[in-house]
Design a protein around this ligand. Sequence first.
Ligand code: FAD
Length: 322
Amino acid sequence: MSKIVVIGESREGELRNVTFEAVAAAKKIDADAEVVGIICGNGDLQVQGEEIIRYGADRAVTVAHEKLENYTSEGYGQAVLAVIQDESPDGIVMGHTSIGKDLTPKLAAKLGTGLVSDAVDIGADDDNITFTRPIYSGKAFEKKVITDGLTFVTIRPNNIAPLEKDESREGKVISKEVDITDIRTVIKDVIRKATEGVDLSEANVVIAGGRGVKSDEGFKPLYELAEELGGAVGASRGACDAEYCDYALQIGQTGKVVTPDLYIAVGISGAIQHLAGMSNSKVIVAINKDPEANIFNVADYGIVGDLFEVVPKLTEEIRKMK
Ligand code: FAD
């Protein structure tokens, strides 16, 4: 039986959904694997340890330290490395999030191992486990196999469904002490810039506005639609550059990558750099007054019209359906 470690990620004391997706990914790599969750933070992490077990981990190791209150690659690097060295796993899985993208290559280099990043699917091919990952900004997919030894895998949020939560599932939560030293980065304050509510990179529904929205005021109908659909609001760089919204909302090559079930692009032309961040969404709806806009080439459903008429009507119809 193999052992796979899952590096958990939490926000404001709660594990992020991508952590549970990473547990499911570990089970896809080896259904019989012993899955060990690592949770780092400050204070009592018992509840988070129990939560990862309810989502399929067999046990959890927590590392609590005041220097782990906020993520720094030095602090988390030391904590996670200590647990990996204790556990000697056969594989390590984490979300392909900002933290996952920062932490895993560093640890892989330190341990002299490989890294398969941004996997969107895990399957079997002959005797090998295959990892599907997008390349060329999502225009093509490649399949990778691991031929030898310990490897890190990061998974793109919203692609591998978490296992069903089992409230009765139990396992050991072990607290490990790690001496965290030599932290050169000091986080003095964390200022949240993103929108309230649903996390953009994990949202199942994203309503994204572009330069066509014309002002920050113009984003209001998008927020109303997002609220009806339980989604998050995103943006093109065009809208961010025009200061209609914060850069934390930017989706694309130099912004966030999202894979929601439903992506509604509102007043976005569909530049290649924007498509890089959303073209793998399951269903894409485009609202644009220009029938020639490139966004219609990737859209499953297109609405040619003025967004200021279409979006409120859409919200109204959805309200009626409730
Ligand atoms: P525009 O291209 O101006 O499109 C606005 C659209 O709104 C038009 O199609 C128009 O028909 C429509 N419209 C206008 N009024 C209405 C209305 N009333 N009703 C309906 N539709 C209307 N872009 C990103 O998005 N993300 C990135 O990460 C990113 N990274 C980049 C990295 C680099 C290195 C470079 C060079 C560029 C990057 N860009 C990125 C910028 C990208 O090339 C585009 O400039 C940008 O995506 C355009 O934003 P937009 O579609 O909102 O604006």
